[in-house]
Design a protein around this ligand. Structure first.
Ligand SMILES: C[S@@+](CC[C@H](N)C(=O)[O-])C[C@H]1O[C@@H](n2cnc3c(N)ncnc32)[C@H](O)[C@@H]1O
Length: 246
């Protein structure tokens, strides 16, 4: 075979591989989207009834079926995106009531889960909002929820901890201080970003990852009372705070 013919065959082979990768990615997205739709209810029963979300509520089978060893999982990872965590609810409520904190700005929502904070930011006039979560299921849920609320957001599944975030003005962190490990990774990163001029808001109901030392680096902006269903789902947390890194 001549050099030109080999080149042509090689290019055709690469095109086929790339097409097959695209088809595989599309099929994966659609399969998770269908599973989310069939395992969740659309809910407005939370602090931001302006936002509808596909959530795993007490009416859903999955809510009552903890995953046991040996049973087949519906989703590869625990579906954190199927719950609207107190920290995310408070941050979204704050953004909807105080649009000036995001208006015309570029927003990064770290640990975005359902994507609610990104949706709230876009509803409040953000220039762009990126829902960032390392779980691919959360990416699909955020896309689906954005569509449900008629807003356009972007999604990203990269672990951005340590990133300079040069394309963002405001960082939102809803309920990500759920243990010491993640707190130890995320807090130094956030305080560095603050030194670079980013505005950083954290929603948290008092999880143990947010230590007294951590709180000393922040100002409390607001406290909300949680709705009853949310208290029950969240081990009795009754209030939730919005913090701003100093
Ligand atoms: C408790 S959920 C909070 C979800 C949402 N912010 C809310 O308040 O409803 C925490 C989320 O953080 C995500 N997460 C954990 N480590 C992360 C990381 N390094 N980068 C991005 N997301 C992460 C998890 O996958 C999970 O969806």
């Amino acid at each position: 075979m001549s050099g030109i013919a080999t080149n042509l065959v090689w290019r055709q082979f690469r095109r086929m591989c790339s097409k097959s990768r695209e088809q595989h990615a599309k099929a994966r997205f659609i399969s998770i989207k269908e599973k989310i739709i069939s395992n969740t209810m659309i809910s407005k029963n939370h602090l931001t009834p302006e936002i509808s979300l596909h959530l795993i509520t007490s009416e859903c089978k999955l809510f009552h079926e903890p995953v046991c060893e040996g049973t087949e999982r519906v989703f590869d990872n625990d579906p954190f995106w199927g719950f609207y965590w107190p920290g995310g609810q408070a941050l979204s409520r704050f953004i909807l009531d105080t649009p000036s904190v995001v208006k015309s700005l570029r927003i990064l929502d770290v640990g975005s889960g359902s994507g609610a904070c990104s949706i709230a930011a876009k509803m409040s006039g953000a220039k762009i909002a990126v829902a960032n979560d390392i779980d691919y299921g959360a990416k699909v849920a955020a896309d689906l929820n954005a569509e449900l609320n008629n807003v356009i957001i972007s999604t990203c599944t990269q672990n951005l901890i340590g990133n300079f975030c040069k394309d963002f003005d405001v960082i939102l962190v809803g309920d990500v201080f759920y243990d010491k490990d993640i707190a130890d990774q995320i807090l130094p990163w956030l305080t560095n970003l603050r030194k670079k001029g980013k505005e950083i808001y954290i929603g948290d109901p008092g999880r143990h990852g947010l230590s007294t030392d951590a709180m000393n680096l922040m100002d409390k902006v607001l406290t909300y009372e949680l709705p009853e269903n949310c208290c029950i789902e969240n081990n009795g947390f009754k209030i939730v705070n919005v913090w701003k890194v100093k």
